[in-house]
Design a protein around this ligand. Structure first.
Ligand SMILES: *Cc1c(COP(=O)(O)O)cnc(C)c1O
Length: 495
């Protein structure tokens, strides 16, 4: 008899999942832990003082041989994970483009893990597909985007923009890149994509992935407010055509990463229409401002775009990750990516959307659930009110910077990100100022009481304070301002 047949099945308690009673107990315990965490987040340092490798050194080098108790695991969250965190769900996180996981969003995430469905096709989870269609329709209308925009959820804006560039490439007449690829072809001119000098690096990555190459990207210079100059875009396209390039795509940014500049989309859209180029709008952070009816103008001109991406996981209180992508040409996107093997077909295919056909990823999380929870819990008015408050707070901070003799504002504030630096009287050497601002940022961040990050514009180190967190209140902005002034005095005194 073969050996395998002699083996006996292990007892039932050694197989299968955690027993329901135990799940219930630890589930309640964890929800309580999360509620305490969010309630007391103000008292937790937003940054960690740890050194690289410190957590790794405290963890075993191999997975446990036999299972451990949930209580031990949860205890180690407090002991090991908490001190190693940079907190994103902290109201004093003003860094990068911060994001907040709201409580309804957290609950949606929890339920989506419990269902653990894979929304590749309609049949693989009808609710996944249909809730995605409905919530993206709601969001499109709230953002004031046209009704003929078709939506899909991707993990990130980087993925969304890469998909847009692939669709733009698919649209080029006679290229047939889907069948023929790009390499080794004498019949294909070099492709050209345009974006502003301040476009996000995800555009470069998307172009890399699509075989455009970094040299295939032409960065268009900016006006004094860091917006793409449409006249120079037009000139670049004409020059390139003359030199044998094949222009195919323009990416406009609504809310650039460094200063949240808003490229003039209406003018860019006109150029794209005239030149027959795909216009993709990267509104990953800034587009969400349009949820406030008073700020709808940020998406002006986007009705002329072929595609647009906005991230509910940035400024809309939906836990990472959830990026909303809209296009007027889903058929082109589908042509770029659709492959349907027999094992994924179903009898419903003629009548349903199978989202797997519109992108690289097959497996798709049930992300629409958390978007639905957030949209319903806050409502359109609740979301607008919160975004409007961020504008008020950022305006307040901008005023303080503008009026203080030792600080200087470094860019316009079209949204809620304030670019500034310390510039004490009598210190005018740029390198000295850069060093001083580096030290100021390090000092405020080391306090654990706030978190900001920097950018560079024209060689100057610039500090960015981004007000887009759900839990940020006026007192947090007041504290941040006091801390900045206090640390500025210290840094100046010791330099
Ligand atoms: C944040 C951001 C991105 C990248 O977003 P991910 O979802 O992290 O990929 C791209 N473009 C802009 C303008 C952004 O603000």
């Amino acid at each position: 008899m073969p050996n395998a047949m002699k083996q006996t099945t292990p007892p039932k308690e050694l197989l299968g999942d955690m027993p329901p009673a135990e799940f219930r107990q630890h589930g309640h315990q964890l929800v309580d832990w999360i509620a305490d965490f969010l309630e007391r987040i103000d008292d937790v340092p937003v940054t960690t003082g740890m050194q690289p490798g410190e957590l790794r050194d405290k963890l075993p080098t191999a997975a446990p041989r036999s299972g451990e108790s949930m209580s031990d695991i949860l205890a180690d969250v407090d002991r090991l994970i908490m001190p190693s965190m940079t907190h994103w769900n902290h109201p004093a996180n003003f860094a990068y483009f911060n994001s907040s996981g709201s409580s309804p969003g957290i609950l949606g995430e929890m339920l989506s893990a419990a269902y653990n469905v894979n929304c590749m096709t309609w049949q693989s989870c009808p609710a996944g597909t249909e809730l995605e269609q409905v919530t993206l329709g709601w969001l499109r209308d709230l953002l004031g985007l046209p009704r003929d925009m078709w939506g899909i959820i991707y993990d990130t804006a980087s993925t969304a923009s890469m998909q847009a560039i692939a669709a733009a490439r698919e649209q080029i007449a006679g290229l047939n890149v889907r069948e023929e690829g790009l390499a080794g072809r004498a019949d294909v001119p070099r492709l050209r994509l345009y974006a502003s000098e301040q476009a996000h690096m995800s555009i470069d990555k998307g172009a890399l992935t699509c075989g455009i190459g970094l040299k295939g990207i032409r960065k268009i210079p900016l006006d004094e407010s860091y917006r793409m100059r449409p006249d120079l875009l037009e000139r670049a396209i004409a020059e390139d055509r003359k030199d044998g390039w094949l222009p195919f795509c323009v990416v406009a940014t609504v809310g650039t990463t460094s200063t949240t500049a808003l490229d003039p989309v209406p003018e860019i859209a006109k150029i794209c229409e005239r030149e027959d180029l795909w216009l993709h709008v990267d509104a990953a952070h800034g587009g969400i401002a349009a949820l406030d009816p008073e700020r709808r103008y940020v998406l002006d001109g986007c009705d002329g775009a072929d595609s647009i991406v906005a991230n509910p996981h940035k400024w809309m209180f939906v836990p990472i990750d959830l990026s909303a992508f809209y296009t007027r040409k889903p058929d082109v996107l589908k042509r770029a990516f659709s492959l349907v093997p027999e094992y994924l077909r179903s009898v419903h295919d003629a009548n349903v959307e199978n989202y797997m056909e519109y992108g690289v990823a097959l497996g798709r999380r049930f992300r629409a659930l958390k978007l639905w929870f957030v949209l319903r819990y806050f409502g359109a008015e609740g979301l607008a009110r919160r975004i409007s408050e961020h504008f008020r707070l950022a305006g307040m901070f901008t005023d303080w910077i503008d009026r203080h003799p030792s600080f200087e504002r470094m860019a316009p504030v079209p949204l809620t990100t304030v670019c500034f630096r310390a510039h004490p009287a009598g210190v005018d050497d740029e390198e000295t100022l850069n060093g001083l601002n580096d030290r100021l940022m390090t000092a405020v961040n080391a306090s654990g009481r706030m978190f900001i990050t920097q950018t560079k514009l024209n060689g100057c180190t610039i500090l960015r304070l981004v007000v887009s967190h759900l839990r940020t209140e006026e007192k947090h902005i007041v504290n941040a301002w006091q801390l900045l002034q206090e640390k500025c005095r210290e840094v100046c005194a010791t330099s």
